[in-house]
Write a protein that binds this ligand. Structure first.
Ligand code: FMN
Length: 345
């Protein structure tokens, strides 16, 4: 695998390289709406050479927002602004998807938040409603409606977040799942399968999922659990995206990106290759060409980069690609100003 390979993360759209912009909540939306700050942020990274953009966790219901100013996709009025994001990303040469998000008890809002357990009480939740199964499935339907809005906005794919302790991830862990009390992961995961299957069957848009691959905790999720999990969701999805974080974040892991450990999810991500033929994205503290290469050498399909791309919108072109790798699929070759670079000669 080479960093500048043209490749298909999703089946119907070619990405110009193997670098993905990790979804990162930019906390600047009012009532969930896209504004000029989002346009310049995503536009700059598209024109900066990112192959595939995953737009930040976008709430499928208002109380599913991570924080007050998180982006939203819970009402039709959001579609118009989201279209602008899609347009600027496409004109900059990136494939673009959007992460569908419900924070569950990890949401930190003034309004009532919703979960299926009290595990995250360390976040000082004062106004938390515990959902029953019927109410939970109502939120699942909101994921499907949100995917439909993403389709209308022109996104190439959606990413359903089932890691990092957010609402859907709680289904996977026996201790956190109070609505389907079964030892069998095939039962516990049913609402997630329902969402993925409904999107696949009813909406013409590709779907990926973001997972937390190992909590390094005896009660938590283990990479080996994904053998079964993947077999259950694989028919409906296009890729797997390994997050930097854990689900059981109360019992702190020592290997997270926050501990500045480099490539901390790489071996887990590579283990997933034995369980699936789907492309795998890895993530977590990549900020050099050499580190990206190490992941690709393990046959990982793509590397998602977060903070290094916040710091430098042109990181792909300035730090990862050689000048001769920047072909006509990149902004600078399409840009009319570039064509006049010999103006002063
Ligand atoms: C400001 C910020 C916001 C984030 N928001 C999200 C999000 O909305 N959804 C998500 O899955 N991960 C989110 N993350 C996690 C990133 O996608 C990524 O996994 C993490 O930053 C590790 O990658 P990095 O070391 O390259 O930054 C966020 C991270 C940061 C720094």
């Amino acid at each position: 695998m080479k960093l500048n390979d043209k490749f298909f993360l999703i089946e119907n759209k070619q990405s110009r390289n193997r670098i993905v912009l990790a979804p990162m909540d930019s906390q600047v939306a009012i009532d969930g709406f896209v504004n000029d700050i989002h346009i310049q942020h995503y536009g700059a990274r598209a024109y900066g050479g990112v192959g595939t953009i995953i737009v930040e966790g976008s709430a499928v219901t208002s109380e599913g927002r991570y924080r007050e100013k998180s982006l939203g996709i819970w009402k039709d009025e959001h579609i118009e602004g989201l279209k602008r994001l899609v347009n600027i990303a496409h004109s900059g040469g990136s494939v673009i998807g959007i992460q569908l998000f419900h924070g569950g008890a990890k949401s930190q809002l003034k309004e009532q938040t919703k979960s299926i357990n009290n595990y995250f009480d360390f976040l000082n939740q004062r106004n938390l409603k515990i959902l029953d199964l019927k109410e939970f499935y109502e939120i699942c339907d909101e994921f499907v409606k949100a995917a439909n809005r993403a389709k209308q906005a022109g996104f190439d794919f959606v990413e359903v977040h089932i890691g990092d302790g957010v609402l859907l991830s709680n289904l996977l862990i026996e201790e956190l799942n109070t609505i389907i009390t079964s030892k069998d992961i095939e039962k516990r995961i049913e609402p997630i399968v329902y969402i993925l299957k409904s999107i696949k069957e009813n909406i013409d848009i590709r779907v990926g999922v973001r997972i937390s691959v190992n909590d390094e905790n005896p009660d938590g999720i283990k990479v080996t659990d994904y053998k079964q999990i993947i077999s259950l969701i694989e028919p409906y999805i296009s890729y797997l995206h390994v997050s930097g974080g854990d689900i059981l974040s109360k019992r702190k892991s020592t290997i997270g990106a926050e501990n500045k450990v480099k490539l901390h999810r790489l071996n887990y991500s590579a283990q997933l290759i034995d369980y699936t033929k789907l492309p795998i994205i890895t993530c977590g503290n990549y900020d050099s060409k050499d580190e990206v290469k190490q992941a690709l050498e393990k046959s990982i399909s793509a590397v998602a980069i977060g903070r290094a791309l916040i710091a430098n919108a042109n990181f792909v072109m300035t730090n990862l690609l050689e000048p001769n790798e920047i072909d006509e699929s990149y902004h600078w070759n399409n840009n009319p100003w570039y064509k006049h670079q010999d103006f002063y000669k």
